[in-house]
Design a protein around this ligand. Structure first.
Ligand code: ATR
Length: 293
């Protein structure tokens, strides 16, 4: 634990609500592992106070911020600069202090990419299925298209939304690699082996017995399943992937690495795999504690 003094730097989270966040644990653990004189604090901000809050944070010499629900898009006009991926997605979760204001990044998606890379999953040349077409799945579609995926099938319950996301991403990258499909047409997918990224809200606690697709023949086509959900830690989608013979991961490492990357950007350091693993163990403990509360 650091002792706060005149040289302590401050980082924080802006959102509403913020009380269930794991980010203070992630960043304060990283600060202690790095021996940095830095504290990370959650800030509950009301919508009409967002502009003041960001201006105030800059005025207070705050080093970096995370931004969470419901401000990931509202924050964009308040930035002095924005990273290209975040701009394409239209969502920012990390602010890095620059000379004239904050620069915005989307470390949620950079975190997903790093989490997958650490498991040996690469997007380049992959045939990918994305389940969902909401905010999270749309961001994943941008990530996959910008990292050289081969074909990307975007499956959604409501076809129109899948079409809209596919058009947007294809237009952005001058490609036709994103193919929209109705989720119930999954049996029409070409017979290949896919990386599947689950981006719907189906299976989230308390609806832990649900998966967006139940059909066993679908899961036979999946070599790796990545669920963005981490509560529960093993979703029905993940169990279905494993029963079909594939490897399955939850979204907890994405959460870990979105924090790790934000911390690296703020402090211009590299967090090692073993340090990230240590933070991950602390996150698991915290989650177990919350479950038992
Ligand atoms: P987020 O911002 O977390 O992505 P969202 O924008 O509300 O959340 O998107 C939720 C996603 O889960 C959508 O793709 C939604 O499908 P529809 O576009 O058809 O609504 C999907 N979803 C939610 N409940 C579902 C269900 N019971 N079966 C299949 N898909 C579902």
């Amino acid at each position: 634990m650091i002792s706060i003094n005149g040289k302590t730097r401050t980082c924080g989270l802006v959102g509403n609500p913020v009380e269930h966040t794991l980010s203070p644990m992630i960043h304060n653990t990283l600060a202690s592992l790095q021996d940095h004189n830095l504290v990370y604090i959650p800030f509950l901000v009301e919508k009409e106070k967002l502009i003041e809050a960001i201006k105030g944070a800059f005025g207070l010499n705050i080093l970096g911020m995370n931004v969470t629900i419901p401000y990931k898009s509202d924050i964009i006009p308040l930035l002095c600069e924005i990273d290209e991926l975040a701009e394409n997605i239209g969502a920012v979760n990390t602010l890095v202090r620059m000379e004239d204001g904050f620069k915005g990044y989307n470390t949620d998606m950079l975190g997903l990419l790093r989490a997958m890379n650490t498991e040996g999953i690469l997007l380049k040349g992959e045939d990918i299925i994305i389940l969902g077409a909401g905010g999270a799945a749309r961001a994943v579609a941008f990530l996959c298209a910008s990292n050289g995926a081969n074909r990307i099938f975007l499956l959604n319950r409501t076809l129109e939304k899948a079409e809209q996301v596919a058009n947007e991403v294809n237009h952005c990258f001058h490609t036709s690699s994103i193919v929209p499909m109705k989720m119930s047409d999954h049996h029409l997918l070409p017979d290949k082996h896919y990386l599947a990224i689950q981006g719907t809200s189906v299976g989230l606690s308390p609806n832990i017995s649900e998966a967006p697709i139940e059909d066993k023949s679908f899961y036979k086509k999946i070599h790796t399943g990545y669920d963005l959900i981490y509560n529960p830690v093993k979703t029905k989608f993940m169990s279905n992937v494993e029963q079909g013979g594939g490897r399955a991961f939850n979204g907890l490492k994405m959460l870990l690495y979105q924090g790790v990357i934000a911390y690296e950007l703020w402090n211009q350091v590299s967090i090692s795999e073993s340090q990230a693993e240590y933070v991950y163990m602390q996150m698991m403990k915290e989650i177990e504690k919350k479950i038992n509360e």
